[in-house]
Write a protein that binds this ligand. Sequence first.
Ligand code: PGA
Length: 271
Amino acid sequence: MRLKIIAGNWKMNKAYGEALMLATEVAHDSTNTKHPGLLTILAPAFPFLSAVSRSIDGFDDFAVAAQNCHFEESGAYTGEVSVQMIISVGARYVIIGHSERRNYFHETDEVLLKKINVALDHRLKPIFCIGETAAQRQAGKHFETITAQLKNTIFHLPENSIGNLILAYEPVWAIGTGVNATSAQAQEMHAFIRKTISEKFGTQISDSISILYGGSCNSKNAAELFSCEDVDGGLIGGASLDHLEFSAIRKTMIAQLTKEKSVLGKKLSGN
Ligand code: PGA
């Protein structure tokens, strides 16, 4: 079974004390609601990675992610943060290619591939984001856009490293807008992404890669989105800033997992 993931992308929000409080509350909310096969990831801003990592110490179903990294190992890159620095403060994941990085910081597929490569070289797992704009979808070019994003980046990776990658489908028009993709739109695109990966790398790899949905996901629409066969969790922005809301989304995924387990149990017992 694929790993299910609920990841909170805090973006440039929260000051030190607030970030620590949020991490502590989310971890506390999770007491007694562990589920095998579910990982919760918190992605605070760089200055808080270390403290947030320490605050979830002992919660083995939690991990911390950076929101970005530089593609060079070290050197004269004022203001940048390397993969080794991120690892050294306890983070195990890094978000790469978020649409805000692509738009505001002009990160191209070429740069993103370099970032993915350096992260994988150091065993920092990328959560790689892809997604089309509203204009691309309106023009009927959403599948084309996603195919190009995949071909320009992860298609260049060796087969044996794909297993260390997580994908996030985040339609740009859904990010922070309050308009989420419908479950039909999400399932259609997630299945397409999986098929595209299977054509390049084979079904063993495509069946095992977790593909998260991101874009205005909240506790109200999570159940419908997570019930889609190819949606393996969520990359949550705004709704991850409130511990009750984020924990409710996490519990929705647990409910989905419990439901799937009982359906499987019934199938196996022939009922
Ligand atoms: P949102 O952001 O949930 O606020 O739409 C998602 C993201 O940007 O990862």
